[in-house]
Design a protein. Structure first.
Length: 312
């Protein structure tokens, strides 16, 4: 028998969960009889009735396990908790809003078992239904981060991944506090097959990802997997030192050789403000890396569990 763990991070998904569970069950029934399932819901400190909905589902389905956090720790913590507590030979991650179609599960399973891939990832071939500005910056982010890192992060990649146990163990061995799962999945390597599909809008509820949260998440990914911003800030500093040196030489030449008096206080003030702004920008980049280091060395747990039906 082969066991498949389905990990479902949840935050305020009480409306979507019954629809998700119905659709998932419909597709599970199409699997070979040798495959058994466990469905592991991770309640990330939801403020609505999500946990009660999960508990009601668990009463009638003994394959359902759940973990409930003491507060909202974020999706990355929920993913890690799910991976850490999964027991399947194969593990997959899915969102509860049905933007990750369960209909792809059978194809993903076949690709791993029959075609001998270590993992199967999914990616959206378009961003239909998303704001144009968000789509533009998402594409820009992937272009930038792929130039900054030594491995490729696939544009449009979802957290919807089907993995063998050895891939899961490799991801769990990365113990960092500041986690960016898309980067971690790419970092560990292995043979990955990608399945493309049209973007699907969520079945119910509202998205939890505002433009600001996505921006912070993008910065998390850049600082977690690249030191290029530090090199950029160093290069900017060196460039302005050279410009300043050249300007000094020009002023000396004009004053001593040509006899021109130095003037231009307004332009001088503008230059001071510009250089000061660049200095603050570069200090901000350094501060980002220092803050990540600060969080890492404290070694705080990623989450605290308030309620669970998992017995170890």
């Amino acid at each position: 028998m082969e066991k498949i763990s389905v990990i479902v991070p949840c935050y305020n998904e009480e409306k979507a969960l019954p629809l998700f569970y119905e659709e998932l069950n419909k597709n599970i029934k199409e699997f070979p009889k040798k495959a058994t399932f466990e469905i592991l819901f991770v309640n990330d400190g939801s403020k609505d009735n999500t946990l009660n909905v999960i508990k009601e589902l668990a009463k009638t389905d003994n394959t359902i396990k759940y973990i409930s956090f003491s507060r909202n720790f974020g999706k990355e913590a929920a993913i890690y908790a799910g991976l850490e507590n999964s027991t399947g030979d194969y593990v997959t991650l899915m969102d509860a809003d049905l933007q990750d179609p369960p209909a792809l599960l059978k194809e993903m399973y076949s690709s791993v078992t029959d075609e001998n891939y270590d993992a199967v990832g999914t990616r959206r071939i378009n961003r239909k239904g998303e704001p144009i500005i968000r789509s533009f910056f998402a594409k820009l982010f992937y272009k930038l981060i792929n130039k900054m890192t030594s491995f490729e992060m696939v544009d449009g990649a979802r957290d919807y991944v089907f993995m063998k146990r050895n891939v899961v163990d490799s991801i769990l061995s990365l113990k960092e506090y500041n986690r960016y799962s898309k980067g971690l999945f790419s970092f560990v390597g292995f043979d990955v097959k990608w399945i493309d599909y049209e973007n699907i809008t969520r079945i119910a509820g509202e998205t939890k990802w505002s433009f600001w949260k996505l921006t912070k998440y993008a910065l998390e990914g850049i600082t977690a997997f690249s030191t290029t911003p530090l090199l950029i800030s160093s290069a900017i500093g060196l460039l302005f030192c050279l410009i300043s040196f050249l300007l000094i030489l020009i002023i000396i030449f004009k004053t001593l050789i040509l006899g021109d008096s130095t003037s231009g206080w307004p332009s001088l003030v503008c230059i001071i403000f510009m250089v000061s702004g660049i200095q603050m920008f570069c200090l901000g980049i350094i501060g980002q890396y220092l803050s990540k280091t600060y969080l890492e060395i404290k070694k705080r747990p990623l989450f605290f569990i308030k309620d669970t039906n998992i017995r170890k």
